[in-house]
Design a protein around this ligand. Structure first.
Ligand SMILES: *Cc1c(COP(=O)(O)O)cnc(C)c1O
Length: 365
């Protein structure tokens, strides 16, 4: 006889798999670069998932991983440490399974994200010190008899990196009939590092020559860790590009499957985000701007080397979540950002092949 817990987990897995079956793949959207001839740039549009970001994939993987490990039980709350996007997606899956969900997040998390978590029936537990989200999550899970999902540890291993329509396999499938079906570069920015790990492992496993560029945010330790190997690096402040950049080295960030890194100043990420939004006719999130900068950097290197080929960057989330921040001129000037000149520079690079502004730190390119 199967135990009641196992029967419950079986039904829970069926519900998640049925939800997956009802879902469609995300689009691969070309973006023309008149200034960089011979380069085909595409954005993998993860904003079209039901919960609006690439964290939909991660949340599904984390729930399936936890269920197959026997870590979830009926009536036991699920707790997560998050900068917001993961919590939104996990709240969606927790509600699907009838589980209580608690997101532990920095107090600076946008109101839009907190509202979306509430929309899916989740609770937000805000902490003043962003470095305390992990310890606070553990405490809440322990005291409430629940489970701490711990994306920053498990993101790299919960996802099926060999295949199973992961983000990498999906990109290669969608490129099949393009001029350059094997991309020269995949560009992704690190929050957990999970997406980068999946891309890096997949291209190695499938023996592609594709390289993976990881584009870090300004207030983050990942780039320095990549260069020095010092896992004790710490920052006092949280990242200003939501979803990416961490104040400590996370376990799920795997430097050895990354071919090159670039560290992008936040103002340039936001300028690229605004430029991309203009080009696509709809708003995107800040980390998509970070990825565009990384893609333009390697595109220019390719042109300079006389190469042609394709590049795929991740469009991580849409811009609705940032209407009162990155897309609000008053917010931008209150934060001291003046983006006009930088937006022109991004346009100059994409449309006329001009150099990107100074200030990018690179490793491996
Ligand atoms: C999480 C996140 C990323 C980074 O993805 P990881 O797989 O966690 O490294 C990028 N952008 C946004 C908006 C995110 O929420």
């Amino acid at each position: 006889m199967m135990s009641d817990d196992r029967k419950w987990a079986r039904e829970a897995i069926r519900i998640i798999e049925a939800d997956f079956q009802r879902s469609a793949d995300t689009h691969l959207i070309p973006l023309e670069l008149p200034g960089l001839p011979g380069i085909e740039l595409y954005f993998k549009d993860e904003s079209s998932h039901p919960t609006g970001s690439l964290k939909h994939r991660l949340a599904r993987s984390l729930f399936l991983y936890a269920l197959c490990n026997g870590w979830l039980k009926p009536g036991a709350p699920v707790v997560e440490a998050s900068s917001g996007s993961t919590a939104i997606s996990e709240a969606y899956f927790a509600r699907l399974l009838g589980l209580q969900f608690i997101a532990v997040m920095p107090a600076t998390t946008s109101q839009e994200k907190i509202a979306q978590i509430a929309f899916y029936g989740g609770k937000s537990h805000l902490v003043q010190d962003p470095t305390q989200i992990y310890a606070e999550s553990e405490r809440l899970a322990r005291e409430g008899g629940g489970h701490f999902m711990d994306q920053f540890t498990y993101a790299e291993r919960a996802t099926d990196w060999r295949a199973n329509n992961n983000i990498a396999e999906s990109i290669f499938q969608q490129l099949r009939f393009e001029r350059h079906p094997e991309p020269s570069w995949l560009v992704s920015s690190p929050g957990t590092g999970g997406t980068t790990a999946t891309l890096g492992r997949y291209v190695r496993y499938r023996q592609h020559s594709t390289r993976v560029l990881c584009a870090d945010a300004e207030r983050s330790v990942f780039f320095d860790y990549y260069q020095t190997g010092d896992a004790s690096l710490r920052l006092e402040c949280g990242s200003r590009i939501e979803g990416i950049g961490r104040p400590r080295v996370e376990a799920s960030f795997l430097p050895k499957v990354i071919d090159a890194m670039v560290k992008v100043p936040d103002a340039l990420s936001l300028a690229a985000m605004h430029y991309l939004a203009q080009r696509l006719g709809r708003r995107v999130g800040g980390s998509s701007g970070t990825n565009l900068v990384g893609a333009l950097l390697v595109a220019r290197e390719m042109v300079a080397a006389g190469e042609s080929g394709s590049i795929v960057a991740i469009l991580c989330d849409g811009g609705e979540r940032y209407a009162t921040t990155y897309y609000d001129p008053a917010w931008l000037s209150a934060q001291g950002y003046d983006l006009t000149g930088l937006i022109d520079s991004i346009a100059g690079c994409a449309e006329r092949g001009e150099a990107l502004p100074e200030g990018l730190l690179r490793a491996g390119i």
